[in-house]
Design a binder for this molecule. Structure first.
Ligand code: FUC
Length: 338
């Protein structure tokens, strides 16, 4: 394993660092300190040609102009209805950043922070103290994001946090993948271990209802080609995927989802012990310049492993309370195969 730290660029006069781990098979990951952004996941195709399978932007300026791409998301992934929730009977109102909704932790979410980074024992470690005043969530929190890469080609991100007051913690990594050399994901297929998805309101907040995927464009249980899925979604429900899947109970050694590309032979399996996966295939990437080229519809597919969003506002969605003084950790692993 090799570990490297280098200067990525400057943002608001601050040095932005880039950290890279390369394993014994030549597979590598890079993460930058702005937004704890996952900048690269490089691995070969079946002919040995290495490529970055993430939708990456080349500079901090672009990353901040077009947020969320492959960035760390927190304190709370997804949407909180009216920015309002209760913990132990106390109601809180947090900053809204999408109409009345709080999306991805609000305006000062993890993706907007410049993290203090270092390499420790072949791990990338990013740390940040985030004050309650930044986004109106209760609790000043100390957050640590750790990235590892093993010789089985699995990259793992772990989010840990400790707070001085009861708060919410539901982090995710907003990876957008494209495993092929093509500028869309149409040839790729996805499998998701989910019998149900969430019904969403017009503003994309959950209604609280879970719906069976059976017999619909939402059904990825036996694998589905993404282009067929998108066409079917558009014909049947009038829009592309921006969906919350309810992950079935499963063994830790089984992936919650697998993305594969028959042409290149590349595959990524996602492992998580949480109960949701958000899948997003944006139609409109106009004006975003990625390292692989100008943004076009369906250039990548976002997968966000997390706990079901808007958690405290719905019975049965889970528990994302981070109690004062306790540390909680969540990991997501991505195994590359080729
Ligand atoms: C996903 C989607 C949202 C949003 C964001 C950038 O989480 O659910 O609609 O566009 O990504």
């Amino acid at each position: 394993m090799q570990a490297k730290k280098e200067l990525f660029d400057k943002y608001n006069d601050q040095d932005i660092q880039k950290f890279t781990l390369t394993n014994d098979n030549g597979v590598s990951i890079s993460v930058i300190s702005l937004g704890a952004t996952w900048q690269a996941f490089n691995f070969p195709d079946k002919n040995g040609k290495t490529a970055n399978v993430l939708l990456s932007q080349a500079s901090s300026k672009e990353i901040m102009a077009n947020q969320y791409f492959c960035q760390a998301i927190g304190r709370t992934a997804g949407r909180i209805t009216n920015g309002t929730f209760s913990i132990k009977g106390t109601e809180y109102h947090v900053d809204q950043n999408e109409g009345n909704t709080t999306l991805h932790g609000g305006p000062h979410g993890f993706n907007t922070q410049v993290w203090n980074g270092s390499i420790e024992d072949n791990k990338i470690v990013l740390e940040k103290h985030i004050d309650s005043s930044e986004d109106s969530f209760p609790g000043n929190i100390d957050v640590k994001i750790t990235w590892t890469l093993d010789d089985d080609n699995t990259a793992t991100v772990t989010y840990s946090a400790k707070s001085d007051a009861d708060t919410l913690f539901n982090p995710t990594q907003h990876a957008y993948f494209n495993l092929s050399d093509a500028n869309n994901v149409y040839g790729q297929s996805l499998t998701i271990d989910a019998d149900n998805y969430l019904e969403l309101n017009k503003d994309k907040t959950p209604s609280g209802k879970m719906i069976s995927v059976a017999g619909s464009a939402y059904d990825f249980r036996s694998g589905q080609n993404i282009k067929n899925g998108i066409d079917d979604m558009k014909a049947s429900v009038g829009h592309t995927y921006d969906e919350v899947y309810v992950i079935n109970d499963h063994k830790a050694e089984n992936p919650i989802a697998t993305l594969s590309d028959p042409d290149s032979g590349r595959q990524v399996s996602i492992f998580s012990n949480r109960n949701a996966l958000v899948v997003f295939t944006p139609d409109d990437l106009d004006g975003v310049k990625f390292e692989r080229g100008a943004g076009v519809p369906h250039m990548g597919i976002a997968t966000e492993a997390q706990t079901l969003p808007d958690t405290p506002n719905h019975k049965g969605f889970g528990n994302i309370v981070l109690p004062a003084g306790e540390e909680k950790s969540y990991s997501i692993s991505y195994k590359a195969e080729f």
